[in-house]
Ligand binder design. Structure first.
Ligand code: ADP
Length: 736
């Protein structure tokens, strides 16, 4: 089926032709025949790289151009959402306006009403459905990307309930997923036609390595020349025929260790020009701030053609690595499994080092087949490889046979809803009532009847869970129930709009409800005690130090906590983990350099920004709750603390960091040179500012324009995932 023959506007055909898309792939053809262009709901359950996104694009573009409505594309991760945003911008040539929204959960984003295709994360879409902007009524196509995430304990329920709310308006639905066990059930839930196929643009062979041979699922047995241990041998074998290798491993340290080992293999294969390219990338990595030991390790490896990739890396470094691997400059990539669920980085050979993962409750447990298939699906680069190979490793014959049976020949598991867990029902019941989707039990059941959970566990069990959730919410003064009517209290409505767990709100209220005014560290600790805040891991031997610091830095709060949790060992550990997390945030707002923080707490810069983002959000929620509760004694302190968390600065820099492009490091430089406020800067000239360290002519011009209130041109440059101020040197990129 040719693109030319499709009933879509000519401009769209031209855009696709420029992308090299002339004919549809077989599963795409099926989707067209099933009526996706006539508004049919479709579930595409087909392998990675089989062109699912194009079907979603066609459905969105056609409807938007014909009906002038809005299309919503939902994605589980910010990184994936940005990838789609960059990709969909090609439709601007057809006159469509494309937007992305991922942050700020307490907003209805009225600006989005101007756009045609809106890309959002599931969390953001859930928060938007709580704020109910009028433009939501114009959404006539919804795409659910990576719908298998429905069984993720955290994101799955958000996906499901957001779907239920959006389905009320009967939009066209396109759901995308790699093959899943119960695709038919998902399709039936969404009232969609199912396109299920194993077709791939590059055929995939799956096999198990045992003692020098790979036993593939097509019956072939391939001898691998021995070159050290099995992974090194498999890597050498693939690289020597011009391929690239992606190795999945279960831990971050594992990925780094493995990359250090495999660099010896990749290094042997490099040509002179490849070495030159790699050296340039290594230099870029070394210069990318924050310059921590990760940069040094990474640069040394990349120079040899090998790299690691995990969530501890800052976004800027991840991007460099992804780009260099995609353009075949980096030959070997050792990644944690987070990459399998994230951006698409295919390689000719995918090696899966561990098929077991450590679980604190159960020890080492085998990973689900779905997860294995997700990793295996990365093998084979369209246009570059004739076939892809996914390989598991075994040490014994028994293990080889086990892996062949349980993974290679196995079908992925069924997806099960996690919505009925107590926490999820508590959060989403409150949200449905607070946003006016439900005013009674019957209304609630009506909403929940649109979820997968309802189909899987049935009305009765769900109803019992909802009743328990309502009892809790009423007792907590977040809901009022009279006769059969349900109504959110002003506090309940605000908690729902703020997009926090009701338990987070109760924790905040517990400590902020009284008259006691706390110090900065204590407020940070209160934020860290909430269930919405991720906690640092308390290492062995750290208990005493953290305990001593807790007593010293949080004198008032410690008295309260001591009475509450000393008796309970589990609660006490939780408190100390929170206290450690608060110490990290305290260092951040006291302007300890990022490099020092990541080394001191043994985390990656990516983790630091994640902590900062969540803390800022909870601090904002805390200040909003104080407004409702009439606690002015905390309000001002929390508002100021929020800015300090956002920018990572001491109090005296809060004026300066309001200037666009001025972060913690440059603000401190300005202050040290006597420019302590915007007023002081108004008197400076560009010439004065250029004399200061780290301030070039372009930035100086912008600072002056900004403080004198002139309208500034849009800053160019790459958007970054973390909504924090990028470190010093990257700023120059923004202004170039
Ligand atoms: P999936 O979503 O199934 O993982 P993608 O939609 O990302 O797959 O498609 C993988 C690649 O294939 C993309 O680069 C896309 O542009 C390209 N592609 C999709 N459909 C076609 C087609 N019909 N012909 C050529 N290339 C295509």
């Amino acid at each position: 089926m040719k693109i030319d023959s499709l009933p879509i506007p000519q401009q769209v055909k031209e855009i696709l032709r420029k992308e090299g898309i002339e004919r549809l792939y077989p599963p795409q053809r099926e989707a067209i025949r099933a009526g996706v262009l006539e508004g049919e709901n479709i579930v595409m359950a087909t392998p990675t790289a089989s062109g699912k996104t194009l079907i979603a694009e066609l459905a969105m573009v056609k409807k938007v151009l014909e009906e002038g409505c809005i299309a919503l594309y939902l994605s589980p991760l910010k990184a994936l959402a940005y990838e789609k945003y960059e990709d969909f911008k090609k439709y601007e040539k057809a006159g469509l306006k494309i937007a992305i929204t991922t942050g700020d959960y307490d907003s209805s984003d009225p600006w989005l009403s101007e756009y045609d295709i809106i890309i959002a994360t599931y969390e953001k879409a859930d928060s938007l459905t709580r704020h109910k902007p009028p433009w939501l009524n114009h959404v006539k196509v919804v795409v659910f990307d990576e719908i298998h995430l429905i069984q993720d304990g955290h994101r799955g329920p958000v996906l499901e309930i957001t779907a239920a709310k959006l389905l009320r308006n009967s939009p066209q639905v396109v759901a995308l997923s790699a093959t899943i066990g119960n695709a038919d059930e998902i399709a039936s839930w969404l009232n969609a036609k199912l396109i299920k196929s194993e077709w791939r643009p590059v055929p995939l062979k799956e096999g198990v390595y045992y003692n020098g041979t790979v036993y593939f699922n097509d019956g072939s047995e391939v001898q691998i020349p021995i070159k050290g241990d099995p992974i090194s041998s498999l890597t050498y074998d693939c690289l020597s025929s011009g391929g690239q290798v992606l190795v999945f491993t279960s831990t971050r340290n594992g990925a780094v260790r493995l990359a250090k080992k495999l660099k010896k293999v990749s290094s042997e294969m490099l040509t002179l020009s490849e070495r030159t390219n790699l050296r340039k990338i290594a230099e870029e990595i070394a210069k990318t701030p924050p310059q921590t030991k990760l940069n040094r390790e990474l640069a040394a490896l990349v120079q040899e053609g090998c790299s690691f990739h995990h969530a501890g890396l800052p976004y800027s470094l991840r991007k460099i690595i992804e780009k260099s691997f995609r353009s075949n400059i980096i030959k070997v990539l050792c990644a944690t499994t987070t990459l399998a669920a994230g951006v698409n980085l295919p390689a000719r050979r995918v090696i899966i080092q561990d098929y077991r993962r450590y679980d604190p409750s159960f020890g080492y447990v085998p990973i689900p087949v779905l997860e294995y298939k997700q990793m295996a699906g990365r093998a084979g680069r369209p246009k570059y490889d004739k076939q892809g190979e996914a390989i598991l490793l075994s040490k014994t014959l028994d293990e080889r046979d086990y892996l062949l049976k349980e993974y290679i020949y196995a079908k992925p598991e069924k997806l099960f809803s996690k919505l009925s867990a107590e926490k999820n029902l508590r959060i989403h019941t409150l949200a449905l009532v607070a946003s006016g989707y439900a005013e009674s039990y019957e209304d609630l059941m009506q909403n929940f009847s649109l979820t997968l959970c309802f189909r899987q566990i049935g009305r009765q069990l769900l109803l019992e869970g909802i009743k328990r959730a309502i009892d809790f919410l009423v007792k907590s003064n977040l809901l009022e129930a009279s006769d059969s009517l349900l109504k959110a209290t002003p506090l309940g409505k605000r908690v729902s709009d703020l997009y926090i767990d009701p338990l987070t709100a109760l924790t905040l209220l517990k400590y902020l409800g009284g008259k006691t005014v706390f110090n900065d560290y204590e407020y940070l600790l209160i934020i860290c005690l909430t269930p919405d805040m991720q906690k640092m891991y308390l290492k062995r031997g750290e208990r005493k130090v953290v305990e001593a610091l807790l007593m010293k830095l949080a004198p008032q709060l410690f008295k309260i906590l001591e009475a509450e949790v000393y008796e309970d060992e589990y609660e006490y550990e939780f408190t100390l983990a929170s206290a450690k997390t608060a110490l990290l945030l305290f260092d951040w707002i006291e302007e300890v350099p990022e490099e020092t923080i990541v080394e001191k707490y043994d985390i990656g810069p990516g983790d630091l920004y994640a902590f900062v983002q969540t803390a800022e959000w909870i601090c904002y929620a805390a200040s909003e709750i104080c407004k409702i509760m009439g606690s002015p004694q905390h309000l001002k302190k929390l508002q100021e603390l929020r800015s300090r968390i956002k920018h990572g600065v001491k109090r005296d820099l809060l004026d300066l960091v309001r200037i666009e492009g001025i972060g913690r490091v440059r603000a401190r430089i300005l202050a040290n040179y006597g420019y302590r406020s915007i007023d002081a800067l108004k008197k400076a000239s560009i010439k004065d500012l250029v004399r200061l360290p780290l301030i070039g002519p372009e930035l100086a011009r912008r600072i002056i324009a900004c403080v004198r209130g002139e309208k500034l041109p849009e800053s160019s440059g790459e958007k970054i995932e973390e909504e924090y101020e990028p470190s010093v040197e990257t700023l120059d990129k923004y202004f170039s």
